[in-house]
Design a binder for this molecule. Structure first.
Ligand code: PEP
Ligand code: MN
Length: 358
């Protein structure tokens, strides 16, 4: 074969490539159109029966030289690419992603703007045990010019025989404290059916680590107009964490604070392993404020301050830590809550390290 003939064959291959390209794109446009029709009909995009019929028709008409299996493989790739195209923009860029919304989400909690670039703090007991117990901590929070108070009313405990929280009674105590001390209160809700009632008593709905993938709870929290503090699951990847937040936002509520609280690893020196690099990753990938819970991540009083410093240094919008008037007799997490003196000391030190930075 002469060089000229070879050039001619190559030219023909180039032409066919362009024809294939144009045909593949024409097919893609039709697939997009079908996708839009299916969307208005609420039909699931992937149709295996239709795909099987198309493959059968193609194979019936295959005269070679390609084997049927090769043809099937090539067309499966084309089908797959078409299906990807049918997926709408939501999938390519999640609502919680920075790609979708470059500017930071800022959440107003009684005048404190969470996510505004300044550090914020949430302190309070692990569990609401009594009005007096919460009021004692609230006073100390208020004294420091702080606004956010935590306290669990529904406690998801490892053992069913441990204190489960005061339930609605606990939420009522928090509401009374919030009004009397002009504080914003944060409390965990574990049951989707409790969300509607809870919003009357609290300022932020906490979704705990054990419920990060409780999709009914996420949907219920997405359906109300109340900020949500979503904790990372005990063994959740960052991607799973972000998708859990997406559930809330996809159901209409974009007021979400993400909270890194440590993950389960083989390490036993701390209660959990604080995944500090999750903070800048979450800040980059999403537009949501990111907090770090230093109590449940470390589980050690001696690590609360260094962990809080690390959290703020790496870009966290806030820190959560537990404070109890008398941790020794606390009904939950007694080993890791700060007493009021330790709280004063902690806050003095963290303030020093943060506000000399600003
Ligand atoms: C809590 O903050 O009270 C709590 C139970 O934390 P977590 O869900 O992170 O374990
Ligand atoms: Mn606790």
């Amino acid at each position: 074969m002469s060089n000229k003939e070879l050039d001619q064959l190559r030219q023909r291959v180039d032409e066919l490539n362009l024809e294939l390209l144009s045909l593949i794109n024409e097919r893609a446009r039709l697939v997009q159109e079908i996708g839009r029709v299916k969307e208005t009909q609420g039909v699931f995009r992937y149709d295996p029966v239709r795909e099987r019929n198309m493959l059968d028709l193609i194979k019936e008409n295959n005269n070679g030289p390609f084997e049927n299996s090769t043809i099937e493989h090539i067309f499966k790739e084309i089908f797959k690419a078409g299906l990807e195209l049918q997926k709408d923009d939501h999938r390519k860029a999640l609502l919680v992603s920075r790609k979708k919304k470059p500017e930071n989400t800022v959440i107003d909690l009684k005048g404190k703007k969470i996510g505004d670039g300044n550090p914020h703090f949430v302190f309070g007991p692990c569990a609401v045990e009594s009005y007096e117990q919460v009021a004692t901590v609230a006073e100390s929070v208020k004294e420091k010019g702080l606004k956010l108070l935590r306290g669990g009313a529904y406690k998801p405990r490892t053992s069913p025989y441990d204190f489960q929280g005061l339930g609605l009674e606990g939420l009522k105590i928090l509401k009374r404290i919030a009004d009397e001390f002009d504080l914003a209160v944060i409390s965990e809700i574990t049951n989707p059916a409790d969300i509607e009632t809870a919003v009357q008593y609290i300022d932020v709905i906490q979704i705990g680590a054990r419920n990060m993938q409780n999709f009914d709870l996420l949907k219920a929290a997405g359906a109300v107009n109340k900020p949500v503090l979503l904790k990372r699951g005990l063994a959740a990847t960052i991607e799973e964490f972000i998708n859990a937040a997406e559930y809330i936002m996809a159901h209409g509520n974009g007021q979400i604070i993400l909270c890194e609280r440590g993950i389960r690893t083989y390490e036993r020196a701390t209660r959990n392993t604080l995944d500090i690099s999750a903070v800048p990753i979450l800040k980059q990938e999403t537009h949501l404020p990111v907090f770090v819970d230093v109590t449940h991540s470390t589980g050690r009083r001696d690590l609360l301050l260094p962990a809080a410093k690390a959290a703020l240094a790496i870009g966290a919008d806030g820190v959560m830590a537990e404070v109890h008037p008398d941790p020794a007799v606390a009904l939950s997490d007694s080993a890791q809550q700060m007493d009021l003196k330790q709280f004063d000391e902690f806050y003095r030190e963290i303030k020093k390290s943060v506000f000399t930075r600003v």
